[in-house]
Design a binder for this molecule. Structure first.
Ligand code: COA
Length: 355
């Protein structure tokens, strides 16, 4: 039976490294606080007015296409995962297609809005397309340019210090080789706590949303302040045009869902944690990754972490980490690789790949 595999993988991160000490200059934070709570030492920021989410995605994609041994004209579908798109619409998929110069083939481009688990959702979609025979070369990109949409005042410090810019790309192709390829993917979501980690404005909500208990979600506006508009002065003046996060809530959910979804994938193919050669967790927070490692009883050399130098790059973090591990020789042919992610939505997922 035809399976799919990652035929080529690459990443791109902007040159400019921003250290915790750099952030200390613009907000009330400290290197010690950031390292202790998140593990992050520095992150990369793209060049304003020169780089965007889709152009960074394109740089990673060009390399992934080359490594997959195909020409860009042979790509027959694009999937682009991001929470920090160039535009509200259209999505980054078509912008990437234009940036790569492959508009003549008029292939389809799909945008995935599943935040930190966007790459795994995209991988699962690509896997289905390739297995079914519909497409042969699906280009999957996860990219983020967070630095253009963060609050650099002290008010935004709990979120801003965590995120960085970057892009990862993979070409998903068919394989007939025994044992090789994507063995399973598992996807989940629960919208009950959608606003606990969210970028709410601008949006069409107009203040309207209720949580599971029927309680109105508090957006911090009076009716008069909302008006009928998508975006208003109040939102700008009160910093409500930035992402917000209830960190502890996210932490508690993440440490439950990561192990659950990894065990689910292993169970589906009759394997155990002892079979994992390399776990590539979404780089949410080093403390979350360490917690998951401990629960699964994995050794340090079985879990790839690079949040220390790149921060949390959301949809880009899994492909960046996977590519780095492959380039470092830490993932070799025949290894069992487990990808897992959890993030805003909440959405989460896992994938098992025989490399
Ligand atoms: N620098 C210094 N102090 C900060 C800070 C920063 N960057 N951000 C928040 N603080 C302060 C808070 O204001 C608070 O101060 P107070 O006690 O005077 O009120 C204090 O630190 C503790 O805040 P709290 O939010 O309770 O900290 P925490 O221990 O929960 O750590 C996170 C915050 C965000 C690091 C932590 O909750 C976390 O890792 N959550 C998961 C986040 C995550 O992984 N997100 C990505 C999901 S994909």
């Amino acid at each position: 039976m035809t399976k799919s595999k990652i035929g080529g993988i690459a990443y791109y991160v902007p040159e400019r490294a921003v250290t915790n000490h750099d952030l200390e200059k613009v907000m009330d934070t400290s290197d010690e606080w950031i390292q202790e709570r998140t593990g992050i030492v520095e992150r990369r920021y793209g060049v304003k007015h020169k780089e965007t989410t889709s152009t960074m995605g394109a740089r990673a994609a060009e390399k992934a296409i080359e490594r997959a041994g195909i020409s860009k004209e042979e790509v027959d579908f694009i999937i682009f995962a991001t929470l920090s798109p160039d535009y509200y619409f259209p999505g980054c998929g078509v912008l990437l297609q234009r940036e790569l110069g492959i508009t003549k083939t008029e292939i389809g481009a799909l945008d995935v809005r599943n935040q930190c688990s966007g790459f795994i959702y995209g991988l699962s979609i690509a896997d289905q397309f390739v297995k079914s025979g519909m497409y042969k070369n699906v280009l999957l990109v996860g990219a983020e340019m967070h630095s253009m949409g963060l609050d650099f005042s002290t008010q935004g410090r709990n979120v801003t210090v965590i995120f960085g810019d970057g892009a990862g790309a993979a070409v998903i192709q068919p394989t007939e080789e025994e044992g090789e390829g994507i063995l399973t993917t598992k996807l989940h979501s629960d919208g009950t706590y959608a606003e606990k980690l969210a970028f709410i404005n601008p949006g069409s909500h107009g203040g309207y949303h209720f949580d599971k208990m029927g309680e109105e979600v508090d957006f911090g506006f009076s009716d008069a302040e909302f008006g009928e508009i998508f975006m208003n002065q109040h939102m700008v003046e009160n910093g409500q045009i930035y992402p917000n996060m209830e960190g502890q809530h996210v932490f508690k959910m993440a440490v439950q869902k990561f192990p659950q979804v990894i065990m689910e994938a292993l169970g589906a193919v009759g394997m155990a944690t002892t079979d994992i050669d390399m776990l590539i967790p979404h780089q949410a927070n080093l403390r979350i990754s360490k917690f998951v490692q401990k629960v699964l009883k994995l050794q340090d050399d079985q879990v790839w972490n690079n949040i220390q130098k790149f921060g949390n790059t959301t949809a880009a973090s899994v492909p960046i980490a996977l590519c780095e591990a492959v380039e470092a020789g830490a993932v070799k042919k025949g290894d069992l690789v487990c990808l897992a992610a959890f993030g805003s939505g909440f959405t989460w997922g896992s994938a098992l790949i025989r490399w």
